[in-house]
Design a protein around this ligand. Structure first.
Ligand code: HEC
Ligand code: HEC
Length: 364
């Protein structure tokens, strides 16, 4: 599989797309949702799709082919021109969107059963031969004779592993970290979180500061150029999910249909997989380590117009801070932006003012 490349210009292009999809909802009241074609400059086959779904659709395509946005789009150090049709791959992708749609129309009552991922499976050129060797996914079902624990048992062990009663006493988190993309570039990241669901993050990019926040109701982003937009759709759900202060521990309060799915092997770790119906059109899977009880992975499956998009987060290097464990390495694999966050410093229960999480004014 080719490595996704995420240079600064690509990351900026992704941010611009998020801002554009955010703005699409912003300027329109519910019900009269803005379509992709007036919001973007050169839409030919995705006409009629809500503009707010563009981010999900483009990330889905990138993930299905295992490529960065610049595989199809003109992105250089000077800027990005997503509307240009200079690259042959973009033109092929248009035909492929029509072909996939035709297959689903003819065979699956227009449901997105066949997607780019069905054939491409993380490669720009689909395999022509049957695959040999291990499957791409590293999740392996473990057959066990002993009965699986209940959700409550898994969560009780997790709570104990995190620090027991000490966990409930933590109500704020102030983090200094370094965020690294797969090409090795890294940026300073600052995060402040407050129970039950407030979050602020600040990423120092080379061309300015990118901020995101959620105050419990409103999600927003401030771009490096100083413009501010409310988050909607996939970006809002994403931010909301991350804002949940103890999201995995509170999964039962947060989500319906929580159940233990069985024992899964992730690499050399044995885990209990807990499944839940997520917010909006998403599903969530949580993997708790059988031995330590700690959370090893979360997988969020997000419905996009083209198919289901996975967003995987792996947690490792748990360290104890004031009697509470916290993962010091957080690896996120999501199309368009794969990152490793290395925590440099965590402080619990520092005072954080609520105004920090509220939508700020634009700065010019
Ligand atoms: C495999 C090719 C491919 C990849 C990879 C891809 N796109 Fe696209 N993108 C397209 C096609 C094709 C269109 C035009 C769709 C149409 O004509 O309806 C498009 C359109 C767009 C547009 C609208 C441009 C305009 O103004 O008309 C944006 C913005 C965009 N893509 C962003 C991205 C971002 C960000 C990524 C990376 C996360 C990405 N794309 C990855 C093929 C791709
Ligand atoms: C039914 C199987 C199938 C589906 C579904 C499919 N593709 Fe393809 N795609 C192919 C095959 C096969 C090729 C290689 C054709 C060749 O080599 O001439 C290809 C080639 C491509 C290429 C050119 C790759 C290159 O490097 O030359 C792009 C870009 C592409 N597909 C994008 C997409 C996108 C985007 C989707 C989803 C909207 C998609 N494909 C869905 C089978 C599929």
């Amino acid at each position: 599989m080719k490595h996704l490349r995420h240079t600064l210009p690509v990351v900026l292009a992704v941010l611009a797309l998020d801002a554009a999809t955010a703005e699409a909802k912003e300027t329109h009241s519910p019900g009269t949702e803005k379509k992709a074609e007036p919001q973007f400059k050169n839409i030919q086959v995705l006409k009629g799709m809500p503009a707010s779904q563009m981010g999900g659709a483009m990330r889905f395509i990138s993930a299905s082919l295992g490529v960065g946005c610049d595989y199809c789009h003109v992105i250089t150090d000077q800027g990005h021109w997503m509307e240009k049709d200079d690259k042959e791959t973009k033109k092929i992708a248009r035909k492929m969107i029509l072909m996939t749609r035709a297959i689903n129309h003819a065979n699956f009552e227009d449901k997105p059963e066949v997607s780019c991922a069905t054939c491409h499976h993380g490669r720009n050129e689909p395999l022509r031969q049957p695959p040999v060797g291990r499957p791409v996914e590293d999740e392996v079902v473990v057959k066990s004779d002993s009965p699986a624990p209940t959700v409550d048992e898994v969560l009780a062990k997790y709570r104990q592993a995190l620090g027991g009663d000490a966990v409930a006493k933590v109500t704020t988190r102030v983090i200094k970290a370094s965020l690294m993309t797969v090409d090795g570039t890294s940026w300073d990241l600052q995060m402040e979180a407050k129970a039950p669901d407030k979050l602020y993050s600040r990423l120092a990019l080379s061309n300015g500061i990118a901020e995101r926040g959620f105050d419990g109701k409103v999600g927003w982003m401030r771009n490096p150029d100083g413009t501010v937009a409310d988050l909607h759709g996939m970006e809002l759900l994403d931010t909301q999910r991350m804002s949940n202060f103890q999201g995995a521990l509170n999964v039962r309060d947060r989500l319906p249909d929580v159940k233990v799915r069985g024992q899964m092997k992730l690499g050399d770790r044995q885990t209990w997989r807990v499944d839940a119906k997520g917010a909006g059109d998403t599903r969530e899977r949580l993997y708790f380590d059988v031995d330590t009880g700690l959370l090893d992975r979360t997988l969020v499956l997000i419905e996009t117009p083209l198919g289901e998009l996975p967003e995987q987060t792996d947690y490792a290097h748990y360290q104890e801070v004031n009697a509470v464990k916290f993962p010091f390495r957080i690896e996120r694999a999501s199309a368009g932006m794969d990152t490793v966050t290395t925590i440099l410093d965590v402080k619990f229960n520092e005072p954080v003012d609520d105004s920090k999480f509220e939508r700020p004014p634009a700065v010019k």
